[in-house]
Design a protein around this ligand. Structure first.
Ligand SMILES: [Zn+2]
Ligand SMILES: [Zn+2]
Length: 186
């Protein structure tokens, strides 16, 4: 319990113990000056006199009867609102952190796919040689050219067909369809 809370509880107890409001301070009655604060009787027929005071003090005391409990309620509500908002911010922060974690996990998976389907520079036979329409006697005689293939697609193609590549490697050129798909291209 904070010091503020203790003071507030005391104020509340004081307000609860006092004659119920509203109180009034007419200042004058029947044209005659009246310096009395009237508590608990709007008609002032048998008013509980709180005090006789100067005009400003009397008006303040009369107003305080209803203002103090109202202010205490407003303070409680404001504090509750702050607690609610703080909780909302914490919840939203938690949700954001979860999303960041998900995005990071997704990025890591995309990175792994990109590393798999990475460019690999190979020396390959091209054109007529690849189509076996050249005049070279042996395939070893065919000239090679540098060509960038997708490492993973090329590996998979050779695994399916050990002679893959002898007829050209255009289908496994990098960037491959997987990389195009990751980049949002057709
Ligand atoms: Zn050739
Ligand atoms: Zn690929």
């Amino acid at each position: 319990m904070t010091v503020q809370q203790i003071d507030r509880d005391q104020l509340r107890a004081l307000a609860s113990g006092a004659t119920p409001g509203p109180w009034s301070y007419p200042g004058e009655i029947l044209g005659l000056p009246c310096s009395t604060v009237f508590a608990g009787d709007p008609k002032r027929t048998h008013a509980a006199y709180v005090a006789a005071m100067g005009p400003h003090d009397g008006a303040f005391i009369a107003a305080a009867r209803t203002a103090v409990p109202a202010l205490l309620d407003m303070l409680d509500q404001a504090e509750q609102r702050i607690r609610d908002l703080t909780q909302e911010v914490q919840d939203e922060r938690g949700a954001c952190l979860d999303q960041i974690e998900q995005v990071q996990a997704r990025d890591a998976r995309i990175k792994a796919v990109r590393e798999l389907h990475s460019p690999s520079d190979e020396q390959v036979i091209m054109g007529d040689c690849a189509a076996e329409e050249c005049d070279h006697q042996e395939i070893e005689d065919c000239p090679t050219e540098p060509f960038t293939v997708c490492a993973e697609c090329y590996r998979a193609a050779i695994e399916l067909n050990p002679y893959y590549g002898e007829q050209g490697v255009d289908d496994v050129a990098w960037p491959c369809p997987t990389i195009h798909a990751l980049d949002g291209e057709q």
